[in-house]
Design a protein around this ligand. Sequence first.
Ligand code: ADE
Ligand code: ZN
Length: 319
Amino acid sequence: MKLPVAELHIHLEGTLEPDVIDRLAKQNAVTLPWTSLEHLQEQYNFSNLQTFLDLYYTNLAVLRTRGDFHDVTIAYLRRAHASGVRHVELFFDPQAHLERGIELAEVIGGIRSGLREGEALFGITHQLIACFWRHAPAESAMEILRLMVEQQHEIDGIGLDSSELGYPPVLFQEVFAFAREHNLHVVAHAGEEGPPEYIIQALDLLKVERIDHGIRCLEDDALVQRLVTEQMPLTVCPLSNVRLRTVDTMADHPLKKMLERGLMVSIHSDDPAYFGGYLDANFEAVHQALGLNGSERATLARNSITSSFLDAEAKADLV
Ligand code: ADE
Ligand code: ZN
């Protein structure tokens, strides 16, 4: 029997499978640098976060219409359902679409209608989180966030993603303060490639409710103690960490150590179409390499629900 889980670290644009990219490129007459599906498939070898992001930003250009956003959302939910996902907090990158001239209403409208249809089809509840690019100026994030609030686009929270090194959370302090003032949830990628100091800034300056990745916290004992005391959720993505070489092999993954230290960790899939699998594959890879026992697996699943933005009643229904 599958344990109920919440998927809290999943980028919609990272669910675009190569065959879908190939099909949408033809359908929407988008020219990509790849001459064939095989040529595209040869690109999935990454040496760090940036080499992955270069491919991911190139390929997402195939998303053009509200219908595309709707369809890829449903396709993701169908696959998530098969992994036992009961609730999803879905990330998307608004800047990646706005800079190509796609309107917010098309992007958010398409994703939202996909989420609603997915809830009716598969019973998966949802929230939607707009992630801002840390490699772009904070002014760009602020301008888009203001628009989202003024035009009442349906988002539940904001996040921070893209290239981490050299872009500390402090740059986005005002953006996050504005989001909190407007009752939006706040999360940020930190401590994926970046140092523990970035996690501390995300906590103290952005006042985030969850840290995405956070695996480099283990380099700072005082920070680990704090994260344990606060039971701050860390959304860890094992296959992503190995494929982006922040961890050498799955056998070296710190997940078990993090659990043993009492951190509020849960497992997620990040960009499953790029990293070799969805939530079930992440659980299986970790289990194979680290030999998690039944109680550890149950803790990871329960933590994902505890770490979600569902209300207490909905959480109780799931655990
Ligand atoms: N955008 C999509 N996946 C990401 C990741 N793993 N880190 C930072 N930004 C991302
Ligand atoms: Zn991510």
